[in-house]
Design a protein. Structure first.
Length: 399
């Protein structure tokens, strides 16, 4: 149906509704030509002489207001759906609204309720849509005095479990709200968060940077000294489990009463146990790097000098303060005395096991040298003694 034919039919219907036949019976009026009304038009049972039109060109006036679009197309390729404009419910106590009704399907896809706030829905010429604002500045712009919110509700009508989510923001935070499960807030962003606080790019997740180069890449470029970059916290022992799916190897880090390293997913299989008091227990051999290719400024030591220092080095039996309750005893020198005697190590509060071993080996070498010297002296003395004894025996025989 052409626009001209539609307008003609609408005007015909409107004009004829105002005509009353002289007889007591009312009949439809058909005008087989264009109808031009030079003025305003009132249609409805409650229209009467003297209607005040103001700036209104057409008024529909009665207690049930509807405009019906009856598409009479019959060819299969032409659309024929019927539509209706509906103003308010017709039942007592019904709602006040303006609706577009899909008359063929019996549905109302668009409804504006009476009392809706100003600029409840605005579509600008560039396609921007405003909700609560007359001047949307992006494709969808929502304005409200307190916590503008977008609700996503799966109502179960398609057979899936009902679930409702909210996207909302206010002066406190932007958040995702799980409405169905007690309005929990599993995701929140607080105002003035730094740029690139969370980035997902090429399958990598970045915290604090725009181009992460690992599956999880955390960066902080501020010059504020040492700080925590990763914190794991729960009511038990926080754990990190790493699995090599190619060869089946796996490792478990577990932080409970002590830091454990296990080659399985069970902390009870730990081969590395670092207690909170600093005690370290390993299942296996401790090998410290001593490759000459990784060393420099190599100098020989004076074994005799080291032996002399060892002979005067105080050695005591003692207990670590953190082991005082258990009373665990140890034997060894104090780090301060060791450092003063030999001048090795990072500082005077600890003794490297390599340094202790080196001092012991040098002292042993000096002792070996002395023992060999004593053995040589003893052999010479024995030889001299044998000669003396032989001489005595010879003299006795001569007598």
């Amino acid at each position: 149906m052409s626009t001209r034919s539609f307008n003609r039919s609408l005007l015909n219907a409107a004009a004829l509704s105002l005509i009353v036949l002289p007889s007591s019976a009312m009949a439809d009026q058909v005008i087989n030509d264009d109808l031009i009304v030079d003025g305003s038009l009132c249609v409805g049972f409650d229209c009467a002489n003297g209607v005040s039109f103001g700036f209104d060109t057409q008024i529909l006036k009665e207690n049930n207001l509807r405009i019906f679009f009856d598409d009479t197309s019959t060819a299969g390729s032409f659309p024929s759906n019927d539509w209706r404009l509906v103003a308010n419910d017709s039942a007592n106590g019904g709602a006040s609204f303006l609706a577009i009704e899909d008359a063929t399907a019996g549905r109302r896809p668009f409804i504006v309720e009476a009392g809706a706030r100003a600029n409840a829905l605005v579509v600008e010429s560039d396609g921007d849509v405003g909700i609560g604002t007359a001047n949307p500045v992006v494709e969808l712009h929502a304005v409200r005095g307190d916590t503008p919110t977008l609700r996503l509700e799966q109502d179960g009508s398609s057979g899936f479990t009902p679930q409702t989510w909210d996207l909302a923001g206010n002066e406190t935070n932007f958040f995702v709200r799980d409405v169905t499960n007690g309005s929990k807030l599993p995701f929140r962003i607080f105002p003035d968060a730094p740029s690139n606080m969370l980035t997902i790019r090429d399958g990598n997740v970045g915290v604090g940077l725009a181009s992460p180069t690992a599956k999880l890449h955390v960066e902080d470029t501020t010059d504020n000294g040492p700080q925590q970059m990763l914190r794991l916290e729960n009511q038990g022992a926080p754990q990190i489990y790493m699995i090599n799916n190619k060869n089946g190897n796996d490792w478990l880090f577990s932080a409970g009463a002590s830091m454990l390293l296990s080659p399985t997913d069970n902390a009870a299989d730990a081969v590395f146990d670092l207690a909170s008091n600093g005690n370290l227990t390993i299942d296996g051999t401790l090998t410290e790097s001593s490759d000459k290719n990784r060393k420099t400024a190599i100098e020989p030591v004076d074994a005799d000098s080291i032996l002399a220092k060892v002979s005067t080095l105080p050695v005591a039996e003692w207990t670590y303060i953190h082991d005082a309750e258990e009373g665990t005893r140890h034997i060894g020198p104090m780090a301060q005395d060791f450092h003063a005697a030999f001048g090795v190590g990072a500082d005077e509060t600890g003794i490297s096991s390599l340094d202790g071993t080196g001092v012991a080996l040098a002292a042993i070498q000096a002792l070996v040298t002395r023992i060999e010297s004593l053995k040589a002296s003893d052999a010479a003395l024995r030889a001299d003694l044998d000669i003396a004894l032989a001489t005595i025996d010879a003299l006795r025989a001569a007598d």
